[in-house]
Design a binder for this molecule. Structure first.
Ligand code: MN3
Length: 245
């Protein structure tokens, strides 16, 4: 089995001679992204088909290798043009109002997708054996229950937010400045870390509601995609983020 570190080293070796990247990615231990030069596509923590039947292999592959890669390529160009090489993704988001719009769009795109991949996990099921119910436990489970009365109520509210996000954007569960869980959304590739965002906080989970995230399998039926996504939310990772780990 190739670990993420080994995978990453191989990526570096493949790019040897280009002298481009030294990028680490770990939402789990709060480092988010450390970029000393330019950004690189983080490997998925599972196979492209691992989220079937909820998100199909083709969507995952295109979303990761084409959409996410395009945000990174354009971000690297924008960072280089603005002579911001070495900036971390988190610092970039928190000060985004000072930078060109390309940095907002593509830096947000890189942050949001990196977080999105890590917010999901496989939960395979079949006609004979349905996927396991995926309810949050750990500290995030307790916090959701105390804030929203029940997981079911939270799910309804989050789903409504995802459904009412007009056009392309993201639905989020964050810790707000009062230290409470809160549901909100951001347009385009904005996120709640951004200084110019209307909805601010520390992201715990984010759901991509751009059509490219679901159109191949679900066409215009965003509700079916959102309902499926609940099966594959990685609550363990969400709880670690919530606990500041
Ligand atoms: Mn996307």
């Amino acid at each position: 089995m190739t670990t993420r570190r080994e995978f990453f080293k191989k990526g570096i070796l493949a790019g040897a001679g280009l002298a481009i990247m030294k990028t680490g990615l770990s939402f789990e231990n709060k480092k988010v992204v450390q970029a000393e030069d330019l950004f690189a596509l983080p490997p998925l923590p599972y196979a492209y088909d691992a989220l079937e039947p909820f998100i199909d292999k083709q969507t995952m592959e295109i979303h990761h290798t084409k959409h996410h890669q395009a945000y990174i390529d354009k971000l690297n160009k924008a960072v280089t043009d603005a002579k911001l090489n070495g900036i971390t993704l988190e610092v970039l988001c928190k000060n985004v109002s000072k930078y060109p719009i390309a940095i907002r769009n593509h830096g947000g795109g890189h942050y949001n997708h990196s977080m999105f991949w890590n917010s999901m996990k496989p939960n395979p099921g079949s006609v004979l054996e349905p996927a396991k119910a995926n309810e949050p436990v750990w500290k995030i489970g307790d916090a959701i229950k105390s804030t929203f009365d029940s997981f079911s109520n939270f799910k309804t509210k989050f789903t409504e937010k995802a459904m009412s996000t007009f056009g392309s954007g993201w639905a989020w569960l964050v810790i707000n400045k009062e230290g409470k869980l809160e549901i909100g959304s951001t347009p385009n590739q904005d996120n709640p870390l951004m200084d110019l965002a209307e909805f601010k906080g520390t992201p715990i989970i984010g759901l991509d509601v751009w059509e490219h995230a679901y159109y191949l399998k679900y066409q215009n039926k965003r509700a079916d995609y959102v309902n499926s996504w609940w099966n594959i939310v990685n609550w363990e990772v969400a709880s670690k983020r919530f606990e500041g780990k």
